[in-house]
Design a protein around this ligand. Structure first.
Ligand code: GLC
Length: 434
């Protein structure tokens, strides 16, 4: 048996990401990015968005749908140019409380999902007003133009059947017609990372990297010389699948019990879908190592029952989930709780430092000597709400970029994925009308 302090001494270092480790990950990330661009085997993808930098002159009224797996958001939005916009109406439903639909179950079928999305759109759209619609669909998709994308595979533990291989906007269009909404026309489909980046670029010409740090994790960037394209284009890396990473015992346990072992390794170390579960597994391991067998009480907290929100609350206030940890995880001793809180801190800081490492990999690809200004736009609940998360990303960049750190800014791009769909719809409509 170990004391909680001895447990920490032997296991907490696994979660530390030193500066050399960050640099090593950044190098491997850059290599994988370049392999993906060259269509060589890689854990990253280089999925073209067929969207380039907005001119900032994009204007008009659009509908935007943002489907990411946790929530469904619909916006009726008016763009005025130069980064300015107004949201006329919006709705947000959590897919966890969405009546008869549970997209995490394979019993849910594609028509049910798209009918549900179309119903939410019907609630926001003005009857018979013509709309062009931008669709943020936050899953790996093979795109052949701005409006044609097929789902490659689900991530974030979504299992709805019949969607893989479907032309997503065609399916949405068919559902809109079933809802008797011929006035709404999907004109563009994009990843949430691209939406975030396009929103930031609408008002800031230095924006060239966009990430989501929320339920899922992924990054897109602006490629100046995309293969087979005439000019700069936003590329979705599906970086949640990056796999050259120093794994801890908790990562291996989590991966083994996940829906798709071996996949989305970076996302499983970083994102909100997994942070709570990583901590529950850490608590279990701590218990097994610090409680003698004859005193061991089996915890009753089910897998996935500890959420990232709870972790965030606990980081701020020691007492926030202490009762939960005592009753459901059987962590009784104050030293066990203190040890677990340190592990929670380490897991959250590690998440931020891994994200920063991937950004450094991208920066090295787009500007090896770091001669230009870059802005990294990030949206998502972890970046917005997890205590210390933003600072940890900035700190990692400062540590590793040293004298050049001033060339790189990082900022929240709130609701960027939804707003970006409207800007992309404006871009798509403008090029169609040319
Ligand atoms: C998952 C999806 C990716 C998305 C990210 C953030 O990693 O595969 O497409 O961008 O989650 O929502």
């Amino acid at each position: 048996m170990l004391t909680p302090t001895a447990y920490l001494t032997s296991h907490a270092p696994e979660l530390l990401l030193t500066k050399p480790a960050i640099l090593q990950i950044a190098t491997a990330f850059q290599t994988d990015l370049q392999k993906a661009l060259a269509h060589h085997p890689s854990s990253l993808k280089a999925l073209p968005s067929f969207l380039g930098v907005p001119t900032s002159q994009e204007t008009g009224r659009y509908l935007s749908v943002d489907f990411g797996g946790t929530n469904l958001r619909v916006l009726d939005i008016e763009l005025y140019g130069q980064g300015r916009y107004t949201i006329h109406a919006q709705s947000k439903v959590s897919l966890a409380n969405a009546g008869n639909i549970d997209c995490t179950a394979s019993a849910c079928h594609s028509d049910t999902l798209f009918d549900f999305i179309a119903q939410q759109i019907a609630d926001i759209a003005q009857p018979s007003m013509p709309y062009n619609l931008g669709h943020t669909f936050s899953f790996p998709s093979h795109q052949i133009d701005r409006n044609q994308a097929t789902l490659l595979h689900w991530t974030k533990e979504i299992k709805t059947t019949g969607v893989v291989g479907l032309d997503i906007n065609q399916a949405l269009h068919a559902a809109l017609l079933r809802q008797n909404l011929p006035n709404i026309c999907p004109v563009v489909i994009l990843n949430d990372t691209v939406g975030t980046l396009i929103t930031a670029a609408y008002g800031n010409p230095a924006a060239d990297i966009g990430s989501i740090c929320g339920t899922g994790h992924n990054t897109a960037y602006l490629e100046q010389r995309p293969p087979n394209a005439p000019g700069p284009m936003f590329i979705n890396l599906e970086s949640g699948n990056f796999d050259q990473l120093p794994l801890s015992r908790y990562d291996c346990l989590l991966d083994a019990q996940s829906d798709k072992p071996g996949e989305q390794r970076l996302e499983k170390m970083v994102s909100g879908r997994y942070l709570g579960e990583l901590l529950r597994l850490a608590a279990l391991d701590l218990l097994h190592n610090t409680v003698p067998k004859d005193l061991f009480l089996q915890p009753t907290a089910a897998p996935w029952s500890l959420t990232a929100e709870q972790v965030a609350a606990w980081l701020l206030d020691q007492s926030a989930i202490a009762a939960w940890l005592q009753e459901r995880m059987k962590l009784i001793l104050p030293e066990q709780l203190a040890a677990l809180q340190l592990l929670a801190n380490r897991l959250c800081t590690r998440s931020a430092r891994l994200v920063a490492a991937s950004h450094i990999g991208i920066l090295r690809h787009i500007d090896p000597a770091l001669e230009k200004n870059h802005h990294i736009a990030i949206d998502g609940s972890l970046f917005e709400k997890l205590p210390g998360y933003q600072e940890a990303i900035r700190q990692a960049l400062t540590e590793t970029l040293a004298d050049h750190a001033g060339m790189v800014t990082v900022g929240l791009c709130k609701d960027g994925s939804g707003v970006g769909a409207a800007i992309a719809a404006a871009l798509a409509t403008a090029s169609r009308n040319k």
